[in-house]
Design a protein around this ligand. Structure first.
Ligand code: GRG
Length: 312
């Protein structure tokens, strides 16, 4: 490649997303296993087994991967094991939400990540308790993880607070309530955006925010990665709706359920092509947020594309 002025310039090497994801997911899985092992004796054995089943059953590990990518992009110096230990807290919250979401009183799902849902194996009562046990485990994992990373006490508490806010009534739980209330009713664009911004976007955005906070990033960088998080959160949900409408049960590893639960979706609102265009526009917005924050962040840029190109 040449800049037209004489000296040839090198194209930057393409980012190896597949290799990066493999490595980071394995590191995330190792951190989760360390965490479950450390907590095992604190829980009744049936609850510990159900928690292990719900947490370790595969999954993209997107939230911890994003958290670690944000930490690195913001210049965080901590060791890989320590960053992943802190980031595991996000996956614990995510796992609990899936375990409870699949229960008969909510989505009543029998299949998740290509295998039986936790309550189908461990029973409704034990799964309900195991999901609940994961919440304080996650908060303490974030707090202790940030301390181990070398954060001062105020920062460590702020990291844990970010996780709590995203998981609570103003975030994921509140979004789930809006979702349950919206079943069988057509939601318009702004309502749908609020619901998913809380239900899915809040935890994804917190993943980025916690990474930047733990790295001690200046507010411009933290705001930049959080704006990126809001954009990919929306892109993620639109892609989810597209997949629910187009992918098979085998590809998804779960039973597509939007139509049977009469959920409002971006596909219903904009059509398939319109939804795909909207998701691509959110990826552009995510990249612009990184530009404005002065972050090159090749991993975050590739992850934004992955969010809409994934097949499950
Ligand atoms: C008591 C109202 C109330 C709520 C309890 C159940 C619950 C909390 C919240 C549900 C939140 C929920 C299910 C959000 C959906 C998140 C989502 C898009 C899941 C799929 O995420 P992926 O694709 O899954 O990252 P993997 O399997 O890759 O981890």
């Amino acid at each position: 490649m040449s800049d037209g002025g004489g000296a040839p310039t090198q194209a930057p090497p393409a980012f190896d997303l597949a290799g990066y994801l493999d490595r980071e997911r394995e590191a995330a899985d190792r951190a989760l296993r360390r965490c479950l092992e450390a907590w095992r004796d604190e829980l009744p054995s049936d609850v510990a087994e159900a928690a292990r089943y719900g947490v370790t059953g595969g999954g993209k590990r997107l939230r911890p991967v994003l958290c670690v990518a944000a930490y690195r992009s913001a210049g965080g110096p901590g060791g890989a094991e320590q960053v992943h230990d802190m980031a595991a807290s996000l996956e614990l919250i995510h796992a609990y939400s899936l375990m409870h979401d699949d229960l008969p009183c909510m989505d009543d799902a029998s299949l998740r990540r290509s295998r039986a849902t936790t309550h189908r194996v461990h029973g409704v009562e034990v799964t309900t308790r195991a999901g609940a046990a994961l919440i304080p485990m996650a908060v303490l994992t974030a707090l202790r993880g940030a301390r181990t990373l070398g954060c001062d006490e105020e920062t460590a508490r702020e990291v844990a607070r970010t996780l709590c806010r995203a998981a609570g009534a103003g975030g994921m739980v509140g979004g789930q309530v809006l979702d349950l209330l919206g079943e069988g009713r057509t939601l318009e664009g702004a309502e749908l955006e609020r619901l998913h911004g809380m239900k899915t976007g809040a935890l994804l955005t917190a993943s980025l925010g916690m990474g930047a906070q733990a790295a001690g990033a200046p507010s411009r960088v933290r705001e930049g990665v959080e704006a990126y998080g809001r954009a990919i959160g929306l892109a993620f949900q639109i892609a989810d709706d597209v997949l629910d409408a187009t992918a098979t049960r085998e590809e998804l590893g779960k039973v597509p359920s939007d139509a049977s639960l009469e959920k409002s979706t971006y596909v219903a609102l904009h059509g398939l092509e319109g939804a795909r265009r909207k998701a691509a526009a959110e990826v552009d917005r995510a990249h612009s947020a990184l530009d404005r924050a002065g972050l090159e962040a090749p991993a975050l840029r590739a992850l934004a594309r992955f969010v809409v190109e994934r097949r499950r």
